[in-house]
Write a protein that binds this ligand. Structure first.
Ligand SMILES: C[S@@+](CC[C@H](N)C(=O)[O-])C[C@H]1O[C@@H](n2cnc3c(N)ncnc32)[C@H](O)[C@@H]1O
Length: 176
């Protein structure tokens, strides 16, 4: 599976790896050490979300489409009593991912989430209609600088934001 993952990394435009500073900033902002059952649904092997979580001794489950069980986000169950789902999902599937994330909230399978998404996630009628339904506990953190993702050309640098749901330390709107 590791080989499959390495091959995919070379060709899949969706595989943009998150730099460490982005992970450290959000972990500190949301006080990640207060969460007891964390899920990283798009993370495996070399993910900084995982590596930093190991350093902090966090209790988490990391899954990925190329792990040994081929754990597809759309059908994988979160860990028991999951109080936080956090990741950088494949941007090209964002509409389906956002919809599934709210479905997991509605069914009490996760209590809260933080998704790193392109700033353009705030556009489109489909996404806006969905965000509006959950506005009560929604928090948006906008990056002041574009993110240079690991192993991506400078031309890929993206304006991004965190879409957070039910995270107490996050304001309705803020900049990082
Ligand atoms: C944007 S990358 C982020 C990787 C890692 N989370 C990070 O931040 O460094 C998204 C990853 O999700 C994987 N992926 C794509 N579709 C998936 C699915 N349905 N379920 C789980 N993982 C998936 C891709 O192969 C890719 O490695």
């Amino acid at each position: 599976m590791l080989q499959e993952y390495e091959e995919d990394k070379k060709t899949n435009k969706d595989h943009v790896a998150t730099p460490r500073w982005v992970v450290e900033d959000i972990y500190s902002l949301i006080h990640i050490e207060e969460y007891k059952s964390i899920w990283f649904p798009f993370n495996n092997y070399d993910s900084q979300f995982k590596l930093k979580a190991d350093e902090l001794n966090l209790k988490y489950k990391a899954t990925h489409i190329f792990d040994d069980k081929h754990e597809d986000f759309f059908i994988t169950e979160p860990p028991i009593n999951c109080d936080l789902m956090i990741s950088n999902p494949p941007f090209s599937q964002q509409n389906k991912i956002i919809a599934r994330s709210f479905e997991l909230i509605d069914t009490n399978k996760i209590k809260a989430f933080c998704l790193l998404l392109p700033l353009s996630t705030l556009e489109t009628e489909t996404r806006a209609d969905l965000y509006e339904q959950y506005i009560d506990k929604l928090g948006i953190i906008i990056f002041k600088k574009r993110i240079k993702f690991i192993n991506c050309k400078a031309s890929f640098n993206k304006a991004c934001c965190w879409i957070c749901y039910n995270i107490p330390y996050v304001q309705k709107i803020s900049w990082i």
